[in-house]
Structures are given as structure tokens and as C-alpha cells.
Design a protein around this ligand. Structure first.
Ligand SMILES: Nc1nc2c(ncn2[C@@H]2O[C@H](COP(=O)(O)OP(=O)(O)OP(=O)(O)O)[C@@H](O)[C@H]2O)c(=O)[nH]1
Ligand SMILES: [Zn+2]
Length: 200
């Protein structure tokens, strides 16, 4: 996976006028009075939401600094918060994402890690794919093959509908390079990632 993979995997652009018209039709089909005061502007608002969500610009993600003295060091940024939308129900899921890597001569700008998460969160997603995509992007941008990403998700499609389990949390992890093969290293980074979150 390369940095160019941050483009949306869509089949076309967003026709915001058509989205608005379709939402108007949807509300009618749902038996709603679309000309009532509260709903009159809703199709346009929701169309704007989709455009903002899917075309969100996370900003520059590829600033990295040479750091040859990084031998033996690891970097962990934990508690990155993001919202995404599940592919199956188009309902939000909230994520806490924790990223760790062992630099290989270069370190990424710290703010770039939340920006990378946002890049992949602003898609119709499943949590597992997002976790994998973030790990590969961090690897590509940092030049380090030793990357771990842990995501803890709360899915509204499980909480407010369907099984209606409000307490369930989903943890997904993607371990690359030495984090995959070296259990002790992976555990050190995982512990560092989750440690500061104990009080939450
Ligand atoms: N693996 C995975 N599944 C997800 C994610 N988000 C939502 N799902 C699941 O997608 C599945 C879709 O299942 P279906 O049986 O097709 O749909 P459904 O009848 O609405 O399922 P219920 O949610 O069980 O009511 C559900 O089990 C969801 O919990 C995700 O990020 N990863
Ligand atoms: Zn869902």
C-alpha cells in the first residue's frame, strides 16, 4: 500500500444536487412531510454532510524527520479519536486508535498519525480494514516496517439497533514486521499504547 492509496475507493464523484433530491425522495418514501419547517432544509443539510464526510481533507500526512539516533526507541501515540461510518448500516462507529512503531532512521511528525487515521476514517468502512490501512500507511510514510495499530471501536449499529448491546467494544490490531514476530516487542508497545488510557 502506498501513500496514493489515501484516495477514496469510490466509483465516481459526488453529485450533491442528486444526493439532495434523493434524500427528499427518501423522506417522502418514509412517510415524512418534507415541506414541514423542520424537514424543509434537511435534504440539503444531509447532502452537505456526505460531501464533507467523504471529501474530508486530512491535510498533509507525510512530514518526516531524519533521526538516526533512534536505535532501540519506539514511538507510541495513543488515544487518537475518530468517527467513521460502517459499510453495512451507514451508522457511525467511534474509534480510539493507538499507533506504535520502531523508527528506522526517520520519525513521522506526531500530528501526522491522527491525520492518517482521519484519512481512512472518512470512508464507508469496517474497523478491521481501517486498522490495516492505517498500519500500512504509517509503514509507508515512516519507512519503518515495524508498526502496530490497535483500534477500539464502539459501533452504533450494535448499540442503538440490531443486537442493542451498548457495552460491547471491538478491538482490532494489525502488527507488521517485528511486531508480528517478536511477542515481547509487541507487548511493550501494546502496553505503552494502552497504559495512559487506564484512567479513561
Ligand atoms: N467485521 C465487522 N463487522 C461489522 C462492522 N461494522 C458492522 N459490522 C457487522 O456487519 C454485520 C452485518 O450483518 P447482517 O446480518 O448482514 O445485517 P443485520 O441483519 O443488520 O445484522 P445485525 O446487526 O446482527 O442486526 C453485523 O454483524 C454488524 O455487526 C465492522 O467494522 N467489522
Ligand atoms: Zn453497521
Amino acid at each position: 500500500m502506498t501513500t496514493t492509496d489515501t484516495r477514496l475507493p469510490t466509483t465516481g464523484g459526488i453529485d450533491i444536487g442528486e444526493v439532495e433530491a434523493l434524500y427528499r425522495k427518501l423522506l417522502v418514501a418514509l412517510g415524512q412531510d418534507v415541506d414541514s419547517e423542520g424537514l424543509r432544509d434537511t435534504p440539503a443539510r444531509v447532502a452537505r454532510f456526505w460531501k464533507d464526510f467523504l471529501q474530508h481533507d486530512p491535510g498533509t500526512t507525510d512530514t518526516a524527520f531524519t533521526h538516526q539516533e533512534s536505535g532501540g526507541q519506539y514511538v507510541v501515540v495513543s488515544g487518537i479519536r475518530a468517527w467513521s461510518l460502517c459499510q453495512h448500516h451507514l451508522l457511525p462507529f467511534r474509534l480510539d486508535v493507538h499507533i506504535g512503531y520502531v523508527p528506522a532512521g526517520r520519525v513521522l511528525g506526531l500530528s501526522k498519525l491522527p491525520r492518517i487515521v482521519q484519512t481512512y476514517a472518512h470512508r464507508l468502512q469496517i474497523q478491521e480494514a481501517l486498522t490495516t490501512q492505517v498500519a500500512h500507511e504509517v509503514a509507508a510514510l515512516s519507512g519503518s516496517g515495524d508498526v502496530g495499530v490497535w483500534s477500539v471501536g464502539e459501533h452504533l449499529c450494535m448499540a442503538m439497533r440490531g443486537v442493542r448491546d451498548q457495552a460491547a467494544r471491538t478491538t482490532t490490531a494489525c502488527l507488521l514486521g517485528r511486531l508480528e514476530s517478536d511477542d515481547r516487542l509487541a507487548e511493550r508497545l501494546r502496553t505503552a499504547a494502552f497504559l495512559p488510557l487506564g484512567a479513561r
